[in-house]
Structure formats: structure tokens, C-alpha cells
Design a protein around this ligand. Structure first.
Ligand code: C5J
Length: 225
């Protein structure tokens, strides 16, 4: 097997060993339903302004990958209109004012094709960028993500998006267990709860990067350029 290691990216708990030809960005669930008033996140009682604040950093990271000619993959948490991929245990959880599938101000909550389910326009996929529609919190569960990464020869994943301790952390753990080296972009991820973001980051990079590395947007962009 040819050795793909080309450089390192400044990161914690130690430099990330970059394989420049085998890395992709995964942007998790930067959807209107999690970021805008009237959406699912807000209906659960969350302060969604925390999510919109990271949009410029996420955009910067996406543009860094695009100009480096590296793959950008987007995910969307969403369900089929007939709710056949939505377990009752998920639909009934949390006592939101709007349940998944209900009609809300931005269409049916977290249903494929509805306006609120869309990725924020500033971060919208371009050209042939891959969009993974996922019914779970992790992006590997019940999706073609694993096969797509294999077909592209991807071995390393940089993560951005929301929320740090739910869909981002779940996907990073799924990826880590599948053998991917994972690097989280710190300013390009957010939680509705600052203490949960801090705790998630601390547990990912603990014990010698047991789940993965954490780095800054600027250092990641500098590394891949
Ligand atoms: C949640 C997500 N928090 N994308 N989804 O329900 O983290």
C-alpha cells in the first residue's frame, strides 16, 4: 500500500497526521430546522442563535476544502414523508411543541424536501457535492456514507456542524470505530449548551485522541492547502 501521509495539522492532543489525498470534510446537519426560529431545535426550547453564529466559520472551512479540491460531504437529519424511517421512540421524545413530521412554520419538521429541512443557504452544497440524508443521529446508520467513502479512498474525516454532542459526536464515534482518523474543527461546531460542547470536545481528544483530534479552522485550512 502506498503511504499517503503528507504533513501534520496542528491539533490536540497532538498533531494530526494528514493524508492529503485521502481526506474529506463532513458538514453535519447545518439545517434551517436546527438554526432558525420556528424550527425543530427551537421547538425543543433551544436558543438557536448559538448555531447561526458558527455559520461564517463553517463557510470558511467549506471554502478551504473546495479551493483545495478536496471532497465536501453534507448531511441532513431527515425522514421520509410517510415516516416509515422514524421510530416512534424518536418521534415521541423530548416533548417538543412540534414533533418530527408535524406541519410547522417551515413545512413538515425534518421531512425530506421541506423548506425547514434544507441546509442553510449560505452553506448549501454546490455542483456534485454529496448530501447524505440520515434518519439517525450518526451519518453511517442506514445511509450509503460508508460505501461512498470507501469508493473515494477516504481514510480521514474533518468534522463541522451541529450539534457537537449529538449528531457530530455520534458520527465521529461511528467513523472512529470504522477506522477513520477524525479531526473536529472547533469553531465550526456548536451545541445549544456550551458546557456540552466543551465536554464533548474534552472526551473526544482525551486518552490520546480516543475518538479523534480537535483543531482550529485556520490550522486545518493551512494544513490542507
Ligand atoms: C439533534 C443534531 N440534536 N443534528 N440533531 O437532534 O445534532
Amino acid at each position: 500500500m502506498p503511504e499517503k501521509l503528507t504533513a501534520t495539522i496542528k491539533a490536540e492532543p497532538f498533531p494530526f497526521p494528514l493524508k492529503r489525498d485521502a481526506i474529506a470534510l463532513v458538514v453535519i446537519d447545518m439545517q434551517r430546522d436546527f438554526a432558525e426560529p420556528g424550527g425543530f431545535g427551537a421547538s425543543l426550547g433551544n436558543d438557536v442563535s448559538r448555531i447561526t453564529k458558527i455559520v461564517p466559520d463553517v463557510k470558511k472551512l467549506i471554502e478551504g476544502f473546495r479551493s483545495a479540491g478536496l471532497p465536501v460531504i453534507h448531511t441532513m437529519e431527515c425522514h421520509r414523508p410517510d415516516l416509515s424511517d422514524l421510530p416512534p421512540a424518536k418521534r415521541n421524545r423530548g416533548n417538543p411543541t412540534l414533533k418530527i413530521g408535524d406541519e410547522g412554520p417551515m413545512g413538515r419538521v425534518l421531512i425530506v424536501g421541506e423548506p425547514g429541512t434544507a441546509i442553510l443557504p449560505e452553506l448549501a452544497p454546490v455542483d456534485d457535492e454529496i448530501v447524505i440524508e440520515k434518519p439517525g443521529k450518526g451519518a453511517f446508520y442506514a445511509t450509503p456514507l460508508g460505501d461512498i467513502l470507501k469508493s473515494k479512498g477516504i481514510e480521514q474525516l474533518v468534522f463541522a456542524g451541529v450539534t457537537t454532542e449529538v449528531c457530530v459526536q455520534t458520527t465521529m464515534r461511528e467513523a472512529n470505530d470504522r477506522g477513520y482518523e477524525c479531526l473536529l474543527a472547533e469553531e465550526a461546531t456548536e451545541s445549544y449548551f456550551p458546557e456540552f460542547k466543551a465536554a464533548a470536545i474534552a472526551m473526544m481528544k482525551a486518552q490520546g485522541a480516543i475518538v479523534g483530534w480537535v483543531g482550529s479552522v485556520d490550522d486545518i485550512i493551512e494544513g490542507i492547502e
